[in-house]
Design a binder for this molecule. Structure first.
Ligand code: AHG
Ligand code: MN
Ligand code: MN
Length: 341
């Protein structure tokens, strides 16, 4: 695998977005300001994450979100930071978040814009208290009925996204972004407080020898996933005739970031028999869709085992989906195993 290399000269996020607009005419100034506002909120979240126990943001908040998951203090803080940062700018018609049961309307005292913002404010919550990588995932759609946005306004296929991105709060804070013309990565210069373009045009190779799945759930997997992963584990002794390596960060944002920066790999969170009524753990609209958009823009594939994630018509804001994404040939193989079963 060839690692994607950092570029040498310094371009800021603002410069990059303006250049993209000149080149492709796809980032009008209200969309640019919206991206900059979201990325500014990510800087604030990054600051709080970096404070850890010194900032009193660790630990549980003692309540549950709409998914029935225990909310961490940082889940709520990050959600509030994103809401406050984006409410007043005039670029949004409404927002939706993993941490809120229903959509968040823009308060009447602020102007309404023409975009919808969805986010997972803090991805990888179980990593917060142990100083491991976590992140924020976001997706921007156009609001097609801007007069009175409802939940239905958000239920657009992932292929309609105009922007998708994530910030990863690890040893470095990074912002990875697509506006439909490839994937670029910015590293936060903490001294200057600015996002610097450090990795241009990230690409994922079609083949890979690294996979990510929570193997503790193996006994619950359906047959196609059992077959695919067993063949990886058999390595040179099995039908694949090569060895594979396994990694699992337990934060999708960080697993996807590894795939993009290594230039290959596959990430899987399949549906399983633990909860047959739920098609997987991850959420379509603010986890799978933005990641699928980014991965496809880097040359990879993303499916739910049967169809392209970006082609799924969402039925509800918090719906779940099985996820297989990364290097094209690996995603296609596990998808074929599902389609043949
Ligand atoms: P969140 O913290 O937003 O609920 O998301 C966590 C997700 C995802 O980021 C990660 O890949 C997965 O849950 C980890 O699941 P396991 O607990 O099964 O490892
Ligand atoms: Mn998440
Ligand atoms: Mn989350």
């Amino acid at each position: 695998m060839t690692a994607n290399r950092p570029t040498a000269h310094r371009t800021t996020l603002t410069q990059h977005l303006i250049e993209q607009q000149r080149e492709h005419n796809n980032i009008p100034s209200d969309l640019r300001l919206l991206i900059e506002t979201v990325s500014h909120a990510c800087k604030l979240i990054s600051y709080h994450v970096s404070r850890g126990a010194l900032g009193e943001v660790l630990g549980s908040a003692g309540n549950e979100n709409i998914q029935g998951e225990v909310q961490q203090k940082l889940d709520i803080l990050s959600n509030n930071i994103l809401l406050e940062a984006n409410e007043w700018g005039g670029h949004l018609a409404a927002m939706a978040s993993e941490e809120m049961a229903s959509i968040h309307q823009i308060p009447a005292l602020f102007p309404r814009g023409k975009y919808l913002l969805l986010f997972d404010p803090l991805d990888g919550s179980s990593n917060i208290d142990v100083n491991m990588s976590i992140g924020t995932i976001f997706s921007i759609l156009r609001c097609l009925d801007d007069k009175n946005p409802t939940e239905k306004s958000f239920l657009q296929k992932g292929s309609r996204q105009v922007v998708a991105g994530y910030a990863v709060y690890g040893p470095q804070t990074m912002l990875v972004l697509t506006t439909g013309y490839g994937v670029n990565c910015f590293t936060l210069d903490r001294d200057l407080g600015s996002w610097v373009l450090t990795h241009r045009a990230l690409r994922i190779l079609v083949d890979s020898c690294e996979y990510a799945i929570n193997a503790a759930n193996q006994r619950y997997w359906y047959e196609p996933v059992q077959r695919y992963v067993n063949e990886l584990i058999e390595g040179v002794d099995g039908p694949r005739k090569m060895n594979f390596n396994m990694r699992w960060v337990a934060a999708m944002v960080s697993d996807v970031n590894r795939i993009l920066h290594r230039g290959g790999g596959i990430f899987m969170y399949p549906a399983d028999k633990r909860t047959p009524s739920k098609p997987g753990k991850l959420r379509l609209m603010y986890e799978a869709n933005p990641m699928a958009f980014i991965i496809e823009q880097a040359g990879g594939h993303a499916t739910n085992g049967k169809e392209r994630i970006l082609d799924i018509q969402p039925k509800s804001l918090h719906e779940r989906v099985a996820v297989f994404l990364g290097s094209k040939n690996e995603v296609d193989r596990v998808t074929q195993y599902h389609l043949k079963s």
